[in-house]
Ligand binder design. Sequence first.
Ligand code: UDP
Length: 403
Amino acid sequence: MTRLEEYTPIVGQSVIDDLRLLAERLQGKLIQHINSTAVGGGVAEILNRMVPLLKELGVATRWDVIKGGEQFFSVTKKFHNALHGRPEELNRHDFDVFKETSAKNIEEVDTCGDIVFVHDPQPIMLIEKRRDNKWLWRCHIDVSNPEQQVWDFLMDFLVRYDSAVFSAPSFSRKLPIRQFLIAPSIDPLSDKNKELPPEYIDAVLKKYAIPADKPIITQISRFDRLKDPLGVIAAYQKVKRYIDCRLVLAGGGAADDPEGVQVLAEVQEKAKHDENIHVLLLAQNDLEVNALQRASTIIMQKSLKEGFGLTVSEALWKGKPVVASNVGGIPLQIKHKYSGLLCHSIDGAAFALKQMLNSPEYAKKMGENGREHIRNNFLLTRHLRDYMLLFLSLYHGEDVVNL
Ligand code: UDP
C-alpha cells in the first residue's frame, strides 16, 4: 500500500481520487515552500508531512529553509508578537537586522519554483527575487489586530506577492492582492497522531516520572508567553483545591524562538513547590508528544493569542476533551459545549476543567464529537486539496477552476 492509500480507511476513496486528479493538473510545475525552521512549531510540523505526500502524488515539490542568527530570530520573534497585537519595542536597528539577514538569504536561496510559497514574515523579503514565477505568502499568524509599524513594514513586500493565504476568516486583512482562507491540518498517520500501544504510553509516563494515579491535565506548547503557561498553572491551582489531579506542562524550543529559555525558567519557578506539576522540556519527539496527549484526561490550550492551534486538533483527533481559549483558530475547532469547552480567563478555564473532571461522560462525548469534526475539516488530505486548488487558481486569473 502506498502512503496515500493508507488514508483511504480514514477519509474515504473519493477524497484520495480527488487528490490524484488535482495532482495531474499540476504536472510540470515546481512548488517551492520556504520557511525559517525545519523543526519546531506548527509550520514545520505541517511541511514535514505535506511535502512527501505532494511528491508521492507526483507534484514536483521542494522545501527550503532560510538562515538567520540569534539577532535575526530575536527580531522576528518581536515581529511575531507585534503581529499578534502585543506591544513590542522595535527600533531602527531591529529593522536593519531584518533587512541585512534577508539580503543574505536573497543572495543564497535559489527561488527557482514555478510557485514560490513563502511561510510567515521571516522570509517575506525574498519577493525581491521575483521574476515571472508565481509568489504566495502564507500567514500562519492571527493578524486581525497587528501593531501598525510592523504591519506597514511587511506590507511593502506583501503587496508584491500574487496572493496571500490566511488560516481563518477573522485573520484576513484588507489587501490589494487576492486572498485565500485555508485552515491548517494534522496528519492522522504521523508519529504525532497515529494510534499507540498502551504499553508505550505507560513507558513514556514512567520515563517522565508521571504516576497515572489521578486525572492528568496537559498543555503541550512551546514555552512562550502567548501560550500562557503561568495561566495554566493558576487555573490548575484553582481546580486542585477541589479535585485532586496532576498538571503536565510539556514543550520544547523551536529553532526560531529565542524567548523560550526565560519563559521555561519562570514556569519552573512557579511550579517548584508542587510535586503534582510536571514541567517537561521535550526534545523533538513526536511519539512522546502523542503518548503524553493520549495519557491525558484533559488537554488544555490556554493561549492568549493563537495562530490556528494545531495542538487542539491533535488532542481532539485523539478523542480527548479539550479546554481552550477562544482565540485565533481555536473556535474553528471547538464549538463550545459540543466539541470542547472554550474559556476567556483563568477562572473560566478552572471552571471548565472542573466541569469536565466532574462529568467524565459529558467530557467523553465532547472528545468524540471533536474527533469527527477534525476528521471532516482538519486532516492533511483536505489541506492538500485546498493547496492544489490554490496552485491551479494562480493560473486561472479570476476564473473558477474547472476540474
Ligand atoms: N510541539 C511539539 N513539541 C513541543 C511543543 C509543541 O512537537 O514540545 C508541536 C505540537 O504538537 C504542534 C506544534 O508543535 O504540532 C505546535 O503548533 P501550534 O499550532 O499548536 O502552535 P505554534 O507553536 O505553531 O504556535
